[in-house]
Design a protein around this ligand. Structure first.
Ligand SMILES: Cc1cc2nc3c(=O)[nH]c(=O)nc-3n(C[C@H](O)[C@H](O)[C@H](O)COP(=O)(O)O)c2cc1C
Length: 201
């Protein structure tokens, strides 16, 4: 009887470890990490998240890119925010393929950038898990996370992640590199395990 129990325990543990691995791979297939980044800070976060959770990593591109000049982009974004203009996207995603969607963006004018509003309007995220992440110049996420809640009323929205990135206004472009990148990695890993999306080896 004891022998039988030991054998059963052995086989069930083999079986469960195979199943766990398969589930993780399947889940990873259904993960999308989509992000907007101008000076690569949010891109650095997206790459760390992608290394941790797998899936597809997709940069969001516009049909008509924003001006290079900082003052010009600030002015254009302010106008778009005021009029509610949704810039058309070059990036198309087959959203049906995904169940878990990480959405990354910088804070622009203390709001969600207009192209993210386009993305969330163009794609139906009903029933999907949505996880925002953000970099900013030190002033926080503004209304961006709340706007995601508004635009994704039928999604399960998990706690977002936010970190200080660059400050283009003061000539600081990519800040999430070297030591800062290592710090971001530690913070992201702890956030992912808090929201229970960290991949266990
Ligand atoms: C048009 C524009 C507006 C911005 N507005 C804000 C803001 O309101 N608050 C803030 O903290 N940072 C603001 N920033 C700074 C970015 O959020 C910050 O530099 C971020 O790390 C950039 O991310 P990226 O490198 O992925 O583009 C703004 C940057 C741009 C280009």
């Amino acid at each position: 009887m004891t022998k039988l129990l030991i054998l059963l325990t052995f086989f069930s543990s083999c079986f469960s470890s195979v199943t766990m691995k398969e589930i993780r791979l399947q889940e990873s297939d259904k993960v999308l990490v989509v992000y907007l980044s101008r000076t690569n800070n949010t891109k650095a976060l997206a790459e760390i998240i992608h290394q941790e959770v797998g899936g597809d990593l997709v940069p969001l591109e516009l049909i008509n890119p924003y001006p290079e000049n900082y003052r010009a982009i600030v002015k254009q974004v302010a106008e778009e925010n005021e009029t509610g203009f949704l810039p058309p996207l070059k990036t198309k995603v087959d959203i049906k393929k995904y169940e878990t969607i990480f959405i990354g963006f910088p804070t622009w004018g203390m709001q969600l950038p207009p192209s993210l509003k386009s993305f969330l309007t163009e794609n139906n995220l009903e029933g999907k898990t949505v996880i925002p992440f953000n970099s900013n110049a030190g002033y926080g996420v503004g209304s961006s996370f709340d706007t995601i809640e508004l635009l994704c009323p039928k999604s399960k929205i998990l706690e977002g992640f936010s970190i200080k990135g660059g400050k283009e206004r003061d000539g600081i472009f990519l800040a999430i590199k070297g030591e800062k990148e290592k710090e971001a990695k530690v913070a992201i890993k702890s956030w992912l395990s808090k929201i229970k999306l960290g991949v266990v080896d």
